[in-house]
Design a protein around this ligand. Structure first.
Ligand code: NAP
Ligand code: GLV
Length: 309
């Protein structure tokens, strides 16, 4: 039994050291090195190359090294019989919550506009909005969305949330399913996308969707670039349905140098950094599932292939 790490961002060796420090007796390999492939039972992956997984004939479990699993389920070479799991880490949720709080505050206090004005040496006061007058709607009330919703509520915002199944979260107005979507959007000045990317949610932030939002809604997408139809956002900002956006994720990452978002005054771009798996915290979670796999115990944070998350 062994673990293989498959990622293309040059961080595999660092992850290998973090895992081996916690479990010196565990065989941990880096994809691309020379080692016996049939030893591997668990693959730890982050944006792995397509068709890398089918090189491991004894593979039983593929774990995302982050929260999302879209890139695993999209791999045509994903072996049919393997289980899939992901990272559920309180620190990841805390980081996401802090990031969204920063973006919402930046928006209501006009910081992105002032940043542009500063560069042009313009002294131009703009009316601000108060926390208590701001309704934030969170799309996705899972591990990250629920934490963000509760923390924003605690900070004094009015908060609502939307998910696939109905939820009961103290202090949060919740809506569920397609039938709850319009009411949810009517309740929202600032919309935060924290959905998983699945066939159902792909491209859902499109022209039709923007027609349903309240005039001047501000969009924060910290989920996946695939949720947003990028040209439709530009049109929705043009026609005033959307007042602006903070985008952390994009259809293509890194965002192409000629992309129109870069030059847009009402769009704030961050390079997919809202919450990043913390090596020290996540290595032990990944090892716990490896131990369970080895001992034949029930896995934690398993993903449903049919739901797509
Ligand atoms: P999660 O725990 O699986 O929660 C997903 C939530 O979305 C659930 O509430 C689920 O509803 C809801 N949902 C799924 N499909 C839906 C649909 N068709 N309609 C309405 N609601 C739907 O996921 P998570 O751990 O919170 O993570 C969410 C996503 O954040 C990840 O998939 C990843 O893409 C993204 N992410 C981004 C960053 C970043 O740095 N930008 C970092 C980490 C994660 P139910 O509760 O009813 O199932
Ligand atoms: C980051 O995007 C993650 O899915 O953890």
């Amino acid at each position: 039994m062994a673990i293989v790490i498959i990622r293309q961002d040059g961080k595999s060796e660092e992850w290998k050291s973090a895992i081996q420090e916690l479990a010196p007796d565990t065989n941990v390999y880096v994809h691309g090195d020379d080692f016996p492939k049939e030893e591997v039972s668990m693959a730890l992956v982050w944006k792995h190359p397509e068709n890398s997984l089918n090189q491991y004939p004894e593979l039983k479990l593929v774990s995302s090294m982050g929260a999302g699993v879209d890139f695993i389920l999209e791999d045509p070479g994903l072996p049919e019989q393997v289980a899939i799991s992901r990272v559920v880490d309180p620190l990841l949720a805390e980081d996401m919550s802090e990031f969204v709080l920063a973006l919402v505050l930046g928006h209501i206090k006009n910081l992105n506009t002032y940043h542009g004005d500063h560069r042009r040496r313009w002294w131009q006061p703009i009316a601000y909005t108060r926390i208590k007058d701001t309704s934030v709607g969170i799309m996705g009330l899972g591990q990250l969305g629920a934490k963000v919703a509760l923390d924003l509520k605690g900070a004094g915002f009015q908060v609502s949330g939307w998910s696939r199944s109905s939820k009961d979260i103290p202090g949060i107005t919740t809506y569920a399913g397609q039938e709850g979507l319009s009411d949810f959007l009517n309740d929202t000045n600032v919309l935060v996308c924290l959905l998983p990317l699945t066939p159902e949610t792909e491209g859902m932030l499109d022209e039709k969707f923007f027609e349903k939002v309240e005039e001047g809604t501000y969009l924060i997408n910290v989920a996946r670039g695939g949720h947003l139809v990028e040209n439709d956002l530009l049109m929705a900002i043009e026609n005033g349905k959307i007042s602006g956006a903070s985008l952390d994720v994009f259809q293509q990452e890194p965002l192409g140098v000629n992309h129109p978002f870069w030059e847009h005054d009402n769009i704030l771009i961050t390079p997919h950094v809202a919450s990043v798996s913390d090596m020290d915290s996540v290595a032990s979670l990944l090892l716990e599932n490896y131990r369970r796999l080895t001992d034949g115990d029930a896995l934690r944070f398993e993903v449903s292939r049919s739901r797509g998350y």
